[in-house]
Design a protein around this ligand. Sequence first.
Ligand SMILES: [Zn+2]
Length: 276
Amino acid sequence: MLARYTAELILCENNNACGECPCCKNIENDAHPDVVFVKKACGGKYAAEPFREVLKSAVILPNNGKYKVYIFEDCDSMLPVHFNALLKLIEEPPAHLRFIFTCMNTALIPETILSRVTEYEVPDPTTEDCEQFLIDIGTERARAKELSEAFSGNFGECLDILNGGDAKIQAAVRKIAAAIAARDNFTALAELSARTERTEFYRIFDYLANVFRDAAAIKYGQTAENSDKESAEKIAQNFSEKEICDMSEAVFEILSDEVYNMNTALGASYFISGIV
Ligand SMILES: [Zn+2]
C-alpha cells in the first residue's frame, strides 16, 4: 500500500499522489506501464533465477513520464543471487530509474544494499488500528476484533484470512512451529509429511520463514511482526541465534528448491534433519 503511494508521489501528474489523475489511478490498479512490481512467485518464494528479465527492461526508457519505478516486495526473502544481480544497478542507476523495496526485517538485507538506499520505518499499526480498518472495509465487529488480536494487528494476514486465505495452512504452521519450539521433531515431521500437495507444502515453509524471521527479530530485541507470535517467542527462547539462523537457512533451502526438485516427503525429512 505504502509502496504504491510512494510510486504515486514519484509519478503523479499533480506531484502530490492525488489519487485522482490517470497516473495515480493506473498505479492503484496495477496498470501503470512504468511501475513494475517484482513479486514472489507462487509458493511465496523468489525464483532461484535472478531477475534477468526485470533487469533487462530496466534500461528501456519510461513510456509515459520521467521515471520508471520498480517495486520489490518482501525483499528480505530475496536470495543472495538476487541482491548481487541488483547491486550494480543500484550502484549506478540510470537517471530514469527509481527503486522501492519493502521488507519486514532490515537485519536480513545485506549491508551493501542497505548502504545504497534510504530507509523509512513504518510504525506498526496497533491491534485497534487494524480492528478499525477491518470494520471500515465492512467486517463484522466481533470478527474484526478476533482477527486483529489473533494476528497482532497485521493487516495483511487479516486480509488473507478474510479473502478466503489459508486458515488451515496457518493452523498447520502453528502446530509445526510449536513442535519445533518444543524440539519435538517427530511431530513436526509427521505434520509436514502429511502435506503432499506442493503449493500447500511451500506455503507452509513460507509461513515458517516468517516464524523464524520473527524469532531472529526477537533475539535481536525487536518485536515479532509477521507470524504467530507465541511460536516465534518460544523458538527465540529455546534456541540460540545460530540455531535460528540455521533453521532459517534450512527453510530457504527448501524454498529455493535449487538442488533437489524433491518430492514433499523427502523435502520434509531433509528439512527436519537439517534443523537438529
Ligand atoms: Zn496523481
